[in-house]
Design a protein around this ligand. Structure first.
Ligand code: ADP
Length: 533
């Protein structure tokens, strides 16, 4: 029955997916072209970003009214369509009423709402990270970069995130809590969720704050908790509940990695039966190393049917008796993507970490699309973190940034041309930590300079690199900064002459692209997305 439903949905979905793929593919432009276009783009930013922020605010306002049941679903749809079309009447009304009663703005909007036809898609991303507000790695960059690219193409994009206590709230504009609580199911009970809204990078974002005694997202870190499976199963359910209760007719629900993989089976097995079935599900796996497994009974927490799903052709892991969230998303999504064509090939064999057979069974809906970078965030000609801005045609500024970084980190500065090698990474086995260690010692031996910015969730690796940092403490050519620091990362990309990415496997990797954008030569192992870029 499940398979039949998918077949019907898949064919119906085909044209929408094609449109979506095009949007993604177009976003992944070649880097050299992007470097040349950087100045043009920064001008576009100047004229383009501000209005998109404004439209996101208007869109959040409308969605808030709908959730708070102040306006009818049809009115909200018409208003959203006007937002998508950037109808200047809405903008003018919003600007003229700013600072006055919400009621006046609402009345004025409702007078304008007229039936219209829609051509763009309504896309909701449900994710555990988004740059710069909640970033651990590349997933965060992709959520904001892809969201912005799709928004620029005329689609209505929104993001749903957990409201982490440790997120960078200063990166959210207009953060406010809605005057409504969304109830969602977990472990046999209903729990209230506070819903916060705000804009990040010009995109409308919903933050879910569960009113659950376990305080799932008040843990002072994003991942690494003993109950991560529970935390994100809860979030996936609450995010779908938010979409369902808002009455929106979303076209695409895009979920990412194991943390939101539960969305796919929940959507088809629970929500589609409630009539919430306008959307089709896209699942992107950014790294098959992390699959989210647990004892089968734990699936029931978020309301999934264990008996129905604990089967080899559904969610049961291929090598042990547990259930596997990523496998569930592969089986249940309408389209499954990963982040580079080479990695998409690699995961069909050992790279699939046990899911290769599942990917083979579902190969018709599985493809690799190369990630790009957000060229507004990563732009040396506008980057506010740099000492001096520069561009591909005039690299003078690189020398000034190199001098500034040397001074900041107390590195030797007698020889401007002494090469500086950079490395910015999570320190995990995948990233080739033994090769990074080797490169540090080799660079020291050859008389170069090396700057590593990274931290590790693995205590032994963190300790090992602390040992290396101590070893080079009095060497003014080597610095290891073992923490997460966004501002410093920009300075290192700009200051370095070379950049190493010696990953053992790499689904896509963004740092090699950012390095190129900042005129630093990447030195990489030929694997996954490093091969494609
Ligand atoms: P992954 O997602 O596997 O961590 P990616 O290369 O796809 O690797 O993305 C890494 C992103 O995280 C880049 O934007 C990089 O600049 C950033 N990053 C990694 N480590 C740090 C750190 N210690 N401080 C600041 N930014 C970091």
């Amino acid at each position: 029955m499940v398979e039949d439903r998918f077949q019907a949905c898949n064919s119906e979905m085909h044209s929408q997916i094609e449109l979506y793929e095009h949007s993604i593919v177009e976003f992944h432009d070649t880097l050299s072209k992007l470097i040349e276009e950087s100045e043009k783009r920064s001008l576009e930013n100047f004229t383009g970003n501000m209005p998109s922020e404004l439209w996101s605010k208007i869109s959040l306002l409308i969605d808030g009214w709908l959730l708070e049941k102040k306006i009818a679903y049809n009115d909200a749809s018409m208003l959203r369509e006007m937002v998508r079309k950037r109808d200047s009447r809405l903008r003018e009304a919003y600007l003229s009423y700013r600072g006055t009663e919400n009621r006046d703005v609402m009345d004025s909007f409702l007078k304008m709402a007229l039936p219209g036809t829609s051509s763009g898609l309504h896309i909701a991303h449900i994710a555990a990270e988004m740059a710069p507000v909640a970033k651990v790695g590349g997933l965060a960059d992709v959520i904001s970069g892809l969201g912005k690219a799709l928004q620029k193409k005329g689609h209505l994009v929104e993001i749903i995130l957990p409201k982490y206590d440790c997120m960078q709230v200063d990166q959210v504009s207009n953060l406010k809590v809605l005057d409504v609580l969304v109830q969602s199911y977990f472990e046999g009970n209903m729990f209230n969720n506070k819903i916060w809204t705000g804009t990040v990078e010009g995109l409308p974002v919903y933050f879910i704050e569960p009113q659950h005694p376990a305080m799932f997202f008040s843990r002072a870190q994003y991942y690494g908790e003993h109950d991560d499976f529970k935390r994100f199963a809860y979030f996936s359910r609450a995010a779908l509940e938010l979409l369902y209760q808002s009455g929106k007719k979303v076209d695409i629900i895009h979920c990412h990695d194991w943390q939101t993989a539960f969305v796919a089976p929940l959507y088809w097995d629970v929500y589609a039966n409630l009539g919430f079935n306008s959307a089709r599900i896209c699942f992107t796996c950014h790294n098959f190393e992390y699959q989210g497994t647990a004892p089968a009974r734990d699936l029931a927490w978020c309301g999934l049917d264990v008996e129905h799903l604990d089967r080899p052709d559904r969610m049961r892991d291929n090598s042990h008796g547990r259930i596997n969230a990523v496998k569930g998303a592969i089986v249940y999504s309408n389209i499954v993507t990963t982040v580079s064509p080479t990695y998409a090939l690699e995961v069909r064999s050992e790279g699939g970490r046990g899911l290769q057979d599942t990917l083979k069974v579902h190969s018709r809906k599985f493809l690799g699309i190369l990630n790009g970078i957000d060229t507004d965030t990563w732009n040396p000609s506008t980057d506010r973190y740099l000492k001096v801005q520069y561009n591909a045609k005039d690299l003078q500024g690189k020398a000034a940034n190199k001098a500034a970084l040397r001074e900041q980190l107390n590195l030797a500065s007698a020889y401007p041309s002494q090469p500086l090698v950079g490395c910015i990474t999570r320190l995990v086995a995948q990233k080739g930590v033994h090769l990074i260690r080797h490169a540090i010692y080799k660079t020291a031996e050859l008389g170069g300079q090396f700057v590593l910015l990274g931290s590790s969730p693995v205590p032994e690796i963190q300790r090992e690199f602390e040992g290396i940092a101590d070893h080079f403490q009095n060497n003014n050519n080597i610095r290891l900064i073992l923490k997460y620091d966004d501002a410093l990362s920009h300075c290192i990309y700009a200051a370095s002459d070379m950049f190493i990415v010696p990953s053992i496997f790499e689904p896509c990797g963004l740092t090699q692209m950012i390095a190129m954008r900042y005129g630093s030569v990447p030195i990489v192992r030929k694997t996954g997305g490093l091969n494609d870029r």
